[in-house]
Design a protein around this ligand. Sequence first.
Ligand code: NDP
Ligand code: 8X3
Length: 258
Amino acid sequence: MNRVRNKRILITGASSGIGAACARRFAAEGAELVLWARREDRLEALSEELRRAAGVAVLTAHVDVRDREAVQAEAEELRVEGLVPVVLINNAGLASGLEPLQEGDPDDWDRMIDTNVKGLLYVSRAFLPEMIRLGRGHVVNVGSTAGHMVYPRGNVYNASKYAVRALTEGMNVDLAGTPIRVSSVDPGFVRTEFSLVRFHGDQERADAVYRGFQPLRAEDVADAIHYVVSAPPHVNVFDLVLVPTAQRNVYVVDRRDD
Ligand code: NDP
Ligand code: 8X3
């Protein structure tokens, strides 16, 4: 049964990786999409691709989720036009740096906390009241295995994803008595631009993260999110953790020589 056809789904961070894979997956199932990110050229290319391939309605907007006023203004525009999403996928996020805490760069910390935690809060706050008023809605937060177990030098990124997990729980309890569902999808290693961003454009360092084993693909995570969103209305998937078969926890990864 297709439960996403004609549903409006908003994806933050849709210009790359998991967000773009979700857009392709949901477009193929006939969903209407609202895609947010900072790189507009990428969003436009993706929306053109989806319109041609799947013939679905796609709206794009340049939104930096750290910008509370911009988030509110975009959300208000959607509300006025009767385009409040039925499903919100809080995917925009990043790691920035991988240093011991005592050597960390506070600008990296701001970037992670402002995007992964505060951005997720701003976007959720902008849509939840209207979802409640309309009596429908599903928020899917993209967490991480990094929100279940701390690893060396992961410090602030780990803290941000632990916060995402706490916020999924917090939203669920605060939304008790409403039909709004809140889920978390928490992947391990996924080969996207994530590590390139973490290492500030150092491709060699980014490639080394995925060397010697088969990481998840962005499409694998989109499949998991599709499953969560497609569950019948009485089922709320609270937390779905998925890892590559070669990865058994954040430390135990079966790497073989190439
Ligand atoms: P990518 O770097 O490929 O994609 C990240 C997306 O987030 C991009 O579309 C980027 O768009 C967007 N983004 C970043 N900052 C902002 C911002 N301030 N405002 C709006 N959009 C923003 O990485 P992934 O696809 O891997 O990451 C997606 C999510 O998955 C993140 O939350 C990440 O923490 C999580 N995750 C990733 C894992 C991995 O191993 N790859 C594992 C577990 C979780 P733009 O730059 O155009 O704004
Ligand atoms: C991304 C996965 O292990 O690189 O959230 O932190 S990890």
